[in-house]
Design a protein around this ligand. Structure first.
Ligand code: ZN
Length: 75
């Protein structure tokens, strides 16, 4: 099923080998693509998710400096 989010203009905020993050220019919805899975989040929910993921990464590495991940700059 197509929706406005499938055809609307999206700005790529960032991407790497694991995921891509886009922002819908029409409604500000954040699209998070991980493999074949996509999530649509409000900006507030996306920022909360980012904070939680960062906290989890810091906990998992017990404060160690995270290794650099392969990443390309957003367009
Ligand atoms: Zn939209």
């Amino acid at each position: 099923m197509n929706t406005e989010h499938d055809t609307g203009v999206r700005q790529i905020l960032a991407h790497c080998t694991v995921c891509q993050v886009e922002r819908c220019a029409d409604c500000e919805t954040v699209h998070l693509h991980v493999g074949h899975t996509s999530l649509r989040l409000t900006m507030a929910a996306f920022l909360s998710l980012c904070a939680t993921l960062l906290e989890a990464a810091q906990t998992a590495t017990q404060g160690a400096i995270l290794p650099a991940t392969p990443r390309r700059a957003a367009n």
